[in-house]
Write a protein that binds this ligand. Structure first.
Ligand SMILES: Nc1ncnc2c1ncn2[C@@H]1O[C@H](COP(=O)(O)OP(=O)(O)OP(=O)(O)O)[C@@H](O)[C@H]1O
Ligand SMILES: [Mg+2]
Length: 573
């Protein structure tokens, strides 16, 4: 019959269990547990092994009594063979006078401190062994006794509850972080219009949650054989090395995964024959998760995550599940942006149709009317009875012809000013401003510092149409007395500013069906350009357009290759 536990040990046990239940991180909890067990039993060394999912070996090993250097020297953690294996398999307390003499012992690795007396107890969670608590080298060469066994068993059962709580807490925290990140991404799906920024956010949040070194999204190039890395998150060196880089569709793991449309987990990149080994070496990657972006059953890109940080570089099932959830969001983003692009082209075409209809109406109403009047005038000459009557009829007719001629000319200029082709943008704008001033009485000046750069023809057209629509708006809405048009080269592109001193407007007041400003934005967007509007009621308006240019091989500036502008007058003019 063992002595009952002394009051002081019971108190120590109680205090430690209170401390254990208040600990919310599993790692910190386990560390506290081994320290308490050693203190309560007078053991020199204590350790705790956490059994992995397979139930046969140890995934974590927490110790006390062995310093960090000694731990380093011993090297690899125990695998759970020998005496530790007995404990894992049998899950019952075990006490030994001399650990090394037991027939089941497999011996210590080099540099391991000598250990003889031994006490091990299982930590059970709902009937399943979660881990084992081991104590060795009780002070003054004594053996561990029944009281030690009892107290460590009690401690282990309390620890089990605390571990379960801490695990639940950790997974709840993980869940709430995952939910928060997902929420942020869903919000950006609605708010963010720049696809690259959105995909970069997906990479950043995924990498953070999975705790990986690198996350990237690759999309197939339009009509090409390559995958282009469209977004990356990782340290800045890796990011620079990866972003915009191309992967061969045929010779890379990403390409294969895209083709098959199924996720893949690679635990060792060098052993995977599908991986492009040169690329893997260049980026120093060891492991990977590859998840396709699927839209309506079709893979349209892939998300890849590399190198889990921490002791274990391999990814877990949960990591894969998370990557799949994020990939689904990224797929929506890519799909949306492609649809918006298609939609933009559709709207530009629709705007052209509106414009053609307007021109047709004008041809019919004005030019058609004028020609009909001329026909009538010819009849009047023929019907004239006196010379004076004939002269009068001819004079009327002449006036009609002059008017019709003017109408046809101005229509032709609207369709495509020949000055643009013959003399370039500046001359065409000067002519436009001149006619505008004459017609409206609003003073208009053009200033340009373009140097010798002759702009690409689609850029000239877009700028011309923009100024044309801006002037129309000024007549219709501004009540201005003066307009300034300024062209300059800036940041490797051309900037066009149209400023008036009229009554200004607030963008929030613009009618939903107004086409002018929208049309300007869309034309500019096709060349990768932008439009800024600075206006406030009562303070005039400035439209600031910018079109980037790239240097073509022959030294002539070229428009950015985002698409091509169309050559029809802007809508609403
Ligand atoms: N220079 C300006 N001064 C004052 N208000 C302006 C100016 N330019 C545009 N606006 C305001 O912005 C609105 C939108 O202009 P937008 O060119 O898009 O459409 P709109 O001219 O009304 O119609 P349309 O589709 O025929 O062009 C105008 O209705 C007007 O209220
Ligand atoms: Mg307008």
């Amino acid at each position: 019959m063992p002595d009952p536990l002394s009051e002081s040990r019971l108190r120590a046990l109680f205090e430690s269990s209170v401390a254990l239940t208040s600990e919310l991180s599993v790692d910190a909890l386990l560390q506290k547990l081994v320290e308490t067990a050693a203190a309560l039993t007078g053991a020199r060394y204590a350790a705790l092994g956490v059994i992995d999912e397979s139930g046969s070996t140890l995934e974590r090993f927490v110790t006390t009594g062995v310093g960090p250097e000694a731990r380093e020297e011993i090297g690899e953690l125990p695998h759970g063979r020998g005496i530790l294996g007995v404990l894992i398999r049998e899950a019952r307390p075990l006490r030994l006078h001399d650990l090394t003499k037991d027939p089941r012992a497999v011996g210590f690795p080099p540099h391991h401190p000598p250990m003889k007396s031994f006490l091990g107890v299982p930590i059970m969670l709902r009937g399943v062994a979660f881990g084992n608590l081991y104590l060795t080298e009780k002070h003054s060469d004594e053996d561990f006794d029944e009281q030690d066994e009892e107290i460590v068993t009690l401690l282990a059962s309390q620890a089990a509850v605390a571990v379960e709580n801490a695990r639940l807490y950790e997974s709840a925290t993980r869940w709430s972080r995952q939910l928060e990140s997902l929420h942020e991404i869903i919000r950006s799906l609605v708010e963010e219009t720049d696809l690259e920024r959105l995909l970069t956010l997906v990479c950043a949040r995924l990498r953070e949650l999975i705790d990986a070194r690198l996350a990237l999204i690759a999309l197939p190039e339009r009509g090409g054989q390559d995958l282009r890395i469209a977004a990356v998150d990782g340290d800045s060196d890796t990011r620079d090395a990866v972003l915009g880089h191309k992967l061969l569709r045929a010779g890379s793991k990403s390409g294969r995964v895209l083709e098959r449309g199924h996720s893949a987990r690679v635990d060792s990149v060098i052993d995977d024959p599908e991986v492009d080994q040169d690329e893997a070496r260049r980026l120093g990657i060891r492991t990977g998760l590859y998840v396709p972006l699927i839209v309506r059953g079709h893979p349209i890109g892939i998300v890849a995550v590399h190198d889990k940080l921490g002791a274990e570089a391999r990814f877990s099932d949960e990591d894969l599940r998370l990557a799949e959830i994020f990939a689904a969001r990224a797929a929506v983003a890519v799909d949306l942006s492609e649809r918006v692009a298609r939609d933009t082209v559709r709207r530009v075409i629709a705007a052209q149709e509106v414009e053609r209809r307007r021109l047709a109406r004008e041809l019919h109403d004005e030019t058609g009317q004028a020609l009909t009047s001329i026909l009538l005038g010819l009849k009047a000459i023929r019907a004239a009875e006196t010379d004076a009557q004939a002269e009068q009829a001819e004079a009327n007719l002449r006036e009609l012809v002059v008017q019709a001629l003017q109408d046809v000319r101005s229509l032709a200029v609207e369709l495509r000013p020949s000055a643009l082709d013959d003399f370039g943008l500046l001359a065409a704008l000067e002519r436009l401003a001149g006619t505008f001033a004459e017609r409206t009485g609003i003073k208009a000046t053009v200033a340009a510092t373009l140097g010798d750069t002759r702009l690409p023809s689609e850029t000239e057209t877009v700028v011309y149409r923009l100024v044309q629509e801006a002037l129309t708006n000024i007549v219709k809405h501004a009540a201005a007395s003066e307009v300034g048009i300024v062209l300059t080269m800036r940041d490797g592109g051309v900037s066009a500013v149209v400023e008036d001193d009229g009554q200004g407007f607030a963008e929030s007041d613009v009618r939903a069906d107004a086409l002018g400003l929208v049309g300007m934005r869309e034309r500019l967007a096709l060349l990768g350009g932008t439009l800024a509007i600075e206006s406030r009621p009562g303070e005039g308006t400035a439209l600031i357009a910018y079109v980037p240019l790239i240097e073509a091989p022959d030294g002539r500036a070229a428009a950015a290759p985002e698409g091509s502008a169309t050559d029809t007058p802007s809508p609403g003019g």
